[in-house]
Design a protein around this ligand. Structure first.
Ligand code: SAM
Length: 194
């Protein structure tokens, strides 16, 4: 199935808009080596489904690691359970591409080997200290040439400090920002595959 068609038909609730979903899928599909794709803050599985679909398209050993505690309360969307998450992945035939850790970041980073991830998508707790702690825990997990992508990457945003933490933790980082309804920032780790 073409990427645009998969995204247009993706009937899983969440925060990822179509342009962001396509960006993440293409970043994985076009990555020179593939590897682990980390989905941090998976909610009902919308972002996990996109990452898993990209792994399916690659057809190699690339796989998704999902980190989601299922204990957060949301005001804009209903609270979801682990059962809902897996039902959504199963409906899409993508459950075999995903391993899940029902726990919080940054502690869950211990499950992933250093330099094993080709893409890390951070969409968890958006408070400054949490984002900074996530970045410090997860950056070593990224391969050289791997992509770090962050949702709600908005400078001066009242609901989170993703932009500020990212720029402080990675002061020399060459961040790029996609202008969408919700905002996606990304950075490529220097090294192989640049
Ligand atoms: C905005 S939602 C994620 C949306 C999802 N990525 C999507 O595409 O629809 C944020 C999620 O992060 C989870 N979360 C909050 N703190 C977390 C933490 N420390 N580690 C991992 N997940 C966390 C929440 O439970 C929530 O489901």
């Amino acid at each position: 199935m073409p990427i645009a068609a998969f995204v247009a038909d993706l009937d899983v609730p969440g925060w990822l808009c179509d342009a962001e979903a396509e960006f993440l899928i293409r970043a994985i599909v076009e990555h020179p080596t593939g590897g682990l794709c980390v989905d941090m803050g998976s909610y009902a599985g919308r972002s996990s489904a996109c990452l898993a679909f990209a792994c399916q398209l690659r057809g190699d050993a690339s796989r998704v690691v999902s980190i989601e505690p299922f204990d957060s309360i949301h005001t804009r969307q209903a609270r979801v359970t682990e059962e809902t998450y897996w039902a959504n992945l199963r409906r899409l035939g993508l459950e075999g591409y995903v391993t899940q850790h029902v726990e919080r970041s940054p502690g869950a980073a211990r499950h992933v080997a250093d330099a094993s991830a080709c893409l890390i998508f951070i969409d968890a707790d958006h408070a400054y200290q949490s984002v900074a702690a996530d970045l410090q825990a997860w950056l070593p997990k990224l391969q050289p040439g791997g992509v770090l992508a962050m949702h709600d990457f908005r400078r001066g945003w009242i609901l989170g400090q993703v932009w500020e933490a990212a720029h402080d933790v990675l002061p020399q980082a060459d961040w790029q920002e996609m202008q969408t309804a919700t905002g996606l920032g990304w950075w490529t780790k220097p090294g192989q595959g640049e």
